[in-house]
Design a protein. Structure first.
Length: 141
């Protein structure tokens, strides 16, 4: 009989970042911005996502976004959420966030824009390190 494997210890982690929502506050834009009707953030659209198997540099992240969506990842948004991504790759888990969806725990974080914030869902996923470990895991379930 095969021994059950510890999910986190014997699996490789990867992180997904999904644009959960974009917001616009036109009353704030109208009184404080130039142009007065800047609208929603042009960098992101709801539902866009990217998967990372390690902590990327800004350049690597931009290349992947350019390949997938034809645009770069906003450096201000990355500055706001990268601490959570780094924590996941450093071994942190997310249960303490209180956000537990049907696909497991996740973290919500947003960029620092006060008039058109983008809200990101950051989630940690696991996959087997090797094909052999995949079959061992499958047999132990």
């Amino acid at each position: 009989m095969k021994k059950a494997m510890n999910k986190e210890k014997n699996m490789r982690a990867y992180c997904s970042i999904t644009v959960a929502d974009t917001k616009v506050f036109p009353e704030l834009q109208g009184s404080r911005l130039d142009p007065r009707k800047a609208g929603a953030c042009p960098r992101f659209s709801k539902g866009e996502w990217i998967s990372l198997d390690r902590m990327p540099t800004q350049e690597e992240l931009d290349k992947e976004m350019m390949r997938k969506y034809g645009k770069t990842f906003c450096p201000f948004a990355w500055e706001a959420i990268s601490r959570y991504v780094r924590a996941l790759f450093d071994g942190a888990s997310l249960p303490e966030t209180g956000c537990d969806g049907e696909n497991g725990p996740f973290r919500l974080a947003c960029c620092g824009s006060g008039t058109r914030p983008v809200i990101f869902e950051i989630r940690k996923h696991y996959f087997p390190k090797t094909e052999e470990e995949y079959y061992l895991l499958k047999d132990s379930e």
